[in-house]
Design a protein around this ligand. Structure first.
Ligand SMILES: [Fe+2]
Ligand SMILES: [Fe+2]
Length: 197
């Protein structure tokens, strides 16, 4: 069996997801997870046994079956877990996907730092994209932490984004909301070409 690396994960994403904006969401979450892992390491926080590349792979793949399951949301992550049977993948990594759509699949409640990081970052990346898109330039480089926090308080802005999922960063990740926004925004700005924003 082949070891799942970033190249194979990206191939799997591209094979199963054609919508460019959806792909970019997956890339963004991957970059942000990797950046947050580096932040935890710099703070002396234990990150478990998975590498930076594996954290990024989780972002790349977490919604990779979404285009094929959006009419059958109960299959989201189950389809992905099925695909991954063909690869050698650490159990700790599979657990993250089991915890991702768990409100529907009931496979596993998020519990590790990585699983909670995905939970919080997933929503925040989408929110930051929404803030960038109302800038005249539509560029991430024209977004700053203060503007994200300001929009965050406006309930009518990007209503679909679950604020309460993001602010769990305080309790579950031990990161204040402002710092969480700062790290996430910076990681996205560094990948503006990849994200097309
Ligand atoms: Fe998802
Ligand atoms: Fe997502």
């Amino acid at each position: 069996m082949k070891m799942l690396d970033k190249e194979l994960a990206t191939e799997l994403l591209h094979k199963n997801m054609q919508n460019m904006n959806l792909r970019r969401h997956c890339y963004a979450v991957g970059k942000v997870l990797r950046a947050l892992r580096s932040y935890y390491v710099s703070q002396g926080v234990g990150v478990g046994s998975l590498s930076g590349e594996e954290w990024e792979i989780i972002g790349i793949l977490h919604d990779s079956d979404w285009e094929l399951t959006n009419n059958t949301p109960e299959k989201h992550t189950l389809m992905l877990l099925d695909w991954l049977k063909e690869y050698e993948v650490p159990e700790e990594l599979l657990d993250v996907f089991r915890s991702h759509n768990t409100k529907v699949t009931k496979l596993r409640d998020p519990q590790t730092l990585l699983e909670w990081t995905l939970e919080c970052a997933d929503e925040l990346t989408g929110f930051i994209v929404a803030v960038a898109l109302i800038r005249p330039s539509k560029k991430l480089s024209d977004v700053d932490v203060a503007s994200v926090l300001k929009k965050f308080k406006q309930k009518e802005f990007a209503r679909a984004v679950h604020r309460e999922q993001i602010i769990q960063c305080v309790e579950k990740l031990n990161i204040p909301v402002e710092k969480f926004v700062e790290i996430t925004l910076l990681a996205m700005q560094e990948e503006s070409d990849l994200l097309g924003l």
